[in-house]
Design a protein around this ligand. Structure first.
Ligand SMILES: [Zn+2]
Ligand SMILES: [Zn+2]
Length: 115
């Protein structure tokens, strides 16, 4: 277990790395889309392969909750200006476009089936 002092140090380091656009877990340079670097992502993937669906979900939820507490977007790690959304504006826009694409695809399938 960590003491309070250690906890706040970890939190500070985490925030500091985020601000510098580094992987908060190891301090490596990360690519833009992801909050963690490719090495940590690979580690995480290997680890999550051994988990059940429920365990994976729980860890995703934990991660999102953590991001929420730090007031950052869980998709890209940029800080959120408002409290009312869990994603930043950029990621919300991406999601909106993806959703629109999915709708368009569904429509297309429907049309094709009718013919
Ligand atoms: Zn990393
Ligand atoms: Zn984002």
């Amino acid at each position: 277990m960590y003491t309070d002092k250690q906890k706040s140090w970890h939190k500070r380091r985490y925030q500091d790395r985020l601000k510098k656009r580094l992987c908060p877990q190891c301090g490596n340079v990360r690519d833009n889309e992801w909050i963690t670097c490719s090495i940590c992502r690979e580690k995480c993937r290997k680890y999550s392969r051994g988990l059940t669906h429920e365990q994976r979900n729980a860890s995703t939820n934990r991660y999102r909750k953590q991001c929420r507490e730090n007031n950052i977007c869980y998709r890209c790690g940029s800080s959120l200006r408002t409290d009312s959304h869990i994603n930043c504006e950029k990621c919300r826009e991406v999601r909106r476009i993806n959703r629109m694409d999915a709708d368009a695809r569904r429509m297309l399938i429907k049309v094709n089936n009718v013919e």
